[in-house]
Design a protein around this ligand. Sequence first.
Ligand SMILES: Nc1nc2[nH]cc(C(=O)O)c2c(=O)[nH]1
Ligand code: SF4
Ligand SMILES: [Mg+2]
Length: 205
Amino acid sequence: MSEPTYRIVEIFETLQGEGYNTGMPSVFIRFGKCNLACHWCDTNYNEFGFMSLSQIMQKVHQFAARNIIITGGEPTIQPQIEILLNQLKSESYFIAIETNGLKDVPAQIDYVATSPKRLYAQAYEKRCLKRADEVRIVVDGDDVFDFCEQIEQKIQSPRYYLSPCEHHGEMNVLQTIALLGKLNARVAKPHWQLSIQTHKLCGID
Ligand SMILES: Nc1nc2[nH]cc(C(=O)O)c2c(=O)[nH]1
Ligand code: SF4
Ligand SMILES: [Mg+2]
């Protein structure tokens, strides 16, 4: 049987820039295509080529990091991804995912970071992940508060983060902190923390 091939934008080694694992050396496998189309998206997810399973593994072996982060685009919509994940697991890699959270995550994933998108609030109301290791919501407008409350109900997580939205090199950090204050002033509700895209601040991938 022929090897599976995958839509790959890039494979690179860097430090996880966001969320709880910020600073962790990681190999990013960025897949092509997404099931959403956020106007502020920072990734050229349609500029992909095809790589076979063994070509991907060869690339991964060039790097030292043992933490693999599959991202995109959207990794949960990739055909035959289980075969790649099984291979990574058989070589004892730790596998994290960055997903928009609309589709189920494969069982082989060790750590789920999900970033639900306010622009598609209705889709999350219908169906999304029930739990994650961390939730990060991008502050891409004035009405994110209600969406945070919606997602707290839908996705159980030990950690909730707000991320500033980057637009033309500017990050709305003040707006994000103000919203954190509003969320954390509530009684008996999850505590929200700040997640900055630190890789953009220090100019690394
Ligand atoms: N350093 C770094 N950390 C990241 N965390 C999530 C990323 C992503 O694009 O999914 C990302 C990324 O592109 N670079
Ligand atoms: S879900 Fe993520 S990858 Fe997809 S369009 Fe939105 S920001 Fe871009
Ligand atoms: Mg990125």
